[in-house]
Design a protein around this ligand. Structure first.
Ligand code: FES
Ligand SMILES: [Fe+2]
Length: 446
């Protein structure tokens, strides 16, 4: 059991202590208690498609190499030489059977074995325990729909249990085709805010859209030839749109369409009929994999605890006041090339791209929200995630722990509550797992 329980969020009022966004000690604990034990999204099989491919990634601040060995097996290791701790891989990605440390030349195979040590006989007198000095592997590695996840915690639950009901919604975009998706990128940049703020925003703050993004939305709607949504008072009466805390800290906004109206999932594509034609051509496959309801009626997006925000994007901690942001471009393997090209170009204007119109609004707000945890008087008054407390309900067709109106902070409360639970836990034995309740239909699996 956890020895002392700290409270950073008052669950009755939704008030949160702003120091969770700025305090150095809290930050150092997060690296161990959140990133040292949660299941973390670290890459995608399409980023390392061939034998001996590798991709440099992170689990929190810890550098990690994701590899595919000569036999095609996936591995993830700490990017750290067992001699003096040097980083052995410096390239973002590539293809290599072995990795040689640039300091003294210890060399590791891409399945983690230490295969060569200069002076093993002459200088170490044959006494080095070579068999036990391979690269440090993660405790568990699993994939979901081609996305690779890993955890450092031996006692972690399965990825399936960790995800729980959120997979019901994620399947709609990530798991509806037999051939899956492919990722490009990422685009990376450093941003001056706490890593939790973008994830909490994606958990999923619809309240800000009609205010923060109004001018950008007008431009974007014209540019994409799409109707303007979620502006002004319309935000508060959006039939079919609801915020869902799916459990285990994962939250999203779900859109349910009327039966018989076409559900367009690919919001990022130009509205010229190509995306719609593609989605219609894939509909039978989607129905087989997801069942009729999910394949034809629902769409949505949000976050995955602890650090996946919006699409397949990541927020890496780099100090309490700094975040390394990654965004990937994602398309289906089966899409025609011209649609893939269109989505890649349109992504430049999307909600999650640094060159897009929307994220510039967000990042300025996120920096300022972070800063309120930095100075004594702003810290004294705290922050408010009270919207819709007590109005969460169970709504047929929207599986999850708490289902709320589209404009609510139930999802964000679910995210912060999960964070608090992890921070107070000594091990996974202290962390609860919400049961899977969603009515999964179709043939899609993990
Ligand atoms: S630090 Fe890697 S070989 Fe010495
Ligand atoms: Fe936003």
């Amino acid at each position: 059991m956890a020895t002392s329980v700290k409270q950073w969020m008052d669950k009755e009022t939704g008030m949160i202590n702003s120091s969770i966004f700025a305090d150095e000690q809290i930050y150092q604990q997060e690296l161990e208690k959140i990133f040292g034990r949660a299941w973390l999204f670290i890459g995608h099989v399409s980023l390392i498609p061939n034998p001996n491919d590798f991709f440099l990634t992170y689990m929190g601040e810890d550098p990690v190499i994701l590899t595919r060995d000569a036999k095609g097996e996936l591995h993830a290791f700490l990017n750290m030489c067992r001699h003096r701790g040097n980083r052995i891989v410096r390239a973002d990605d590539g293809n290599a059977k072995n990795f040689m440390c640039a300091y003294h030349g210890w060399t590791y195979s891409n399945d983690g074995r230490l295969v060569s040590v200069p002076g093993l006989q002459e200088a170490y007198y044959g006494e080095l325990d070579v068999d036990n000095l391979g690269l440090v592997p993660v405790a568990h590695l699993e994939t979901y729909a081609g996305f690779v996840f890993a955890t450092w915690a031996e006692d972690a639950p399965s990825l399936k249990d960790y995800m729980g009901d959120v997979r019901y919604y994620l399947d709609i975009r990530y798991n509806s085709t037999d051939n899956g998706s492919q990722l490009q990128g990422p685009v990376k940049w450093m941003a001056p805010f706490n890593w939790k703020v973008p994830v909490e925003n994606a958990s999923h703050d619809m309240y800000h859209v009609g205010v923060s993004h109004l001018s950008a939305s007008i431009v974007q709607a014209r540019f994409r030839n799409q109707p303007l949504r979620n502006r002004g008072e319309e935000r508060f009466s959006t039939p079919g749109q609801r915020q869902v805390h799916a459990g285990n800290g994962h939250s999203l906004t779900a859109n349910v369409r009327e039966e018989g109206t076409f559900r367009r999932v690919l919001q990022g594509a130009t509205n010229d009929g190509r995306a719609e034609a593609y989605e219609k051509s894939m509909l039978d496959e989607a129905i087989r994999r997801l069942g009729h309801y999910r394949a034809t009626r629902i769409s949505g997006g949000g976050s995955l605890f602890p650090n996946k925000w919006l699409g397949p994007n990541l927020a890496f901690p780099r100090g309490p006041l700094k975040t390394e942001m990654w965004v990937f471009n994602m398309t289906d393997v089966d899409m025609p090339q011209d649609l893939k090209d269109d989505i890649r170009l349109r992504q430049l204007t999307s909600a999650s791209h640094p060159a897009g119109l929307l994220l510039q609004d967000d990042m300025d707000n996120w920096r300022s929200v972070t800063d309120s945890g930095r100075t004594p008087m702003t810290r004294r008054w705290g922050q408010r995630l009270s919207m819709g407390i007590g109005h969460e309900e169970s709504v047929p067709g929207y599986p999850g722990l708490e289902v709320a109106a589209a404009c609510s902070e139930a999802g964000q409360r679910g995210y912060i509550a999960r964070w608090e639970e992890f921070m107070n836990a000594e091990s996974w034995a202290d962390i609860h797992i919400d049961p899977i309740t969603a009515p999964f239909e179709g043939t899609a699996t993990m």
